[in-house]
Design a protein around this ligand. Structure first.
Ligand SMILES: Nc1ncnc2c1ncn2[C@@H]1O[C@H](COP(=O)(O)OP(=O)(O)OP(=O)(O)O)[C@@H](O)[C@H]1O
Length: 301
């Protein structure tokens, strides 16, 4: 698969704030990436740098083999749908779509028109009169109909109701199947998109914490629960992400796949082993949960 984005040792510092710190990764073509992380982690900053809306403090970026800054060749192949997108005061929905059409060579007007109907967005409505959710729908329509080879969605669905969000996911998947491209989806609704994203980039305090295929991540973090000593036997030596104790029972979340032999051993010890969801994995990796209390392992020692 072709690499279309390469980021090397990227840093962005604002006065007194390090938004990104030593970030390196690459993106291959025709994949859907989830860009995840807590508020203020650095996700929007990263997307701004990749789309030339901001300058890095240090490090290198190559998008389609070139630096994106003031580079029409790169920017014509890129679409950035922002949660905080602003439009000229007098603009109507139809005008916004016509402007987007000029910017994106792969634009599909019929697709845009059908999405307008499905999201129930009147083309004559002034953009400034749209509700919060309708404004998000407009961004989503532009992002989908642009068919840009590199499309960024930065929390695109503020205010979108559950039906509209599902419409977005369904159209993204269906259109991706017919017109593959690289999509970077930044979202806090991790459970909703966990089946959609093929690869996870997890940012925490400006650093890249995870860069892994979603399928590999499943099963990489497990919760083991049961009698304290037995839980300790199975989890000892692994990185503990979270632990709870209730009476003589422990519930411990650890990193690292259990082997088949360990699973058999866990069953023999009367333990329950559960695979954690992507959302819980992200929560566990990006919080200090469990660190203030003695962990289950420490109790067992
Ligand atoms: N223009 C700026 N000036 C100073 N600090 C900034 C600026 N833009 C972003 N930051 C800071 O950089 C850090 C990363 O912000 P960023 O918007 O990239 O986070 P995010 O992961 O997109 O967060 P969220 O999920 O809340 O949207 C935060 O500490 C933020 O306050």
């Amino acid at each position: 698969m072709n690499t279309i984005v390469t980021v090397t040792d990227l840093a962005k510092r604002y006065r007194g704030v390090t938004a990104l710190d030593g970030v390196s990764f690459s993106l291959t073509e025709n994949r859907i990436y989830g860009l995840l992380g807590r508020n203020g982690a650095g996700k929007t900053t990263l997307m701004q740098l990749l789309t030339a809306q901001n300058m890095a403090t240090s490090g290198d970026i190559a998008v389609f083999g070139e630096h994106p800054y003031e580079n029409d060749r790169v920017l014509a192949r890129t679409c950035f749908v922002k949660e905080s997108q602003t439009y000229p005061q007098s603009m109507r929905v139809g005008h916004a779509l016509r402007a987007a059409r000029l910017l994106h060579p792969n634009w599909d007007q019929r697709f845009a028109d059908s999405l307008l109907e499905e999201f129930q967005l009147p083309p004559q409505r002034m953009v400034k009169k749209l509700s919060r959710g309708m404004l998000s729908a407009l961004g989503v329509i532009i992002g989908l109909a642009s068919r840009a080879p590199l499309t960024f969605f930065d929390e695109p669905y503020l205010g979108l109701d559950a039906v509209a969000r599902q419409l977005f996911y369904d159209h993204l998947l269906a259109d991706f199947a017919e017109h593959p491209r690289t999509v970077i989806l930044s979202t806090h609704l991790i459970d909703e998109v966990s089946d959609l994203i093929e690869h996870v980039l997890l940012i925490d305090h400006g650093r890249l914490l995870l860069d892994q295929d979603t399928d590999d991540l499943r099963g990489d973090v497990v919760t083991v629960s049961g009698p304290v000593a037995a839980v300790h036997e199975i989890t000892v030596g692994r990185t503990e992400l979270h632990g709870n104790l209730l009476g003589g029972t422990a519930r411990v979340t650890v990193r690292g796949r259990l082997t088949e032999a360990e699973r058999v051993q866990a069953r023999a010890l009367g333990l329950t082993v559960e695979t954690v969801s992507l959302q819980e994995l992200v929560v566990r990796l990006t919080t200090g949960a469990g660190k203030t209390e003695p962990t289950a392992k420490e109790y067992a020692l």
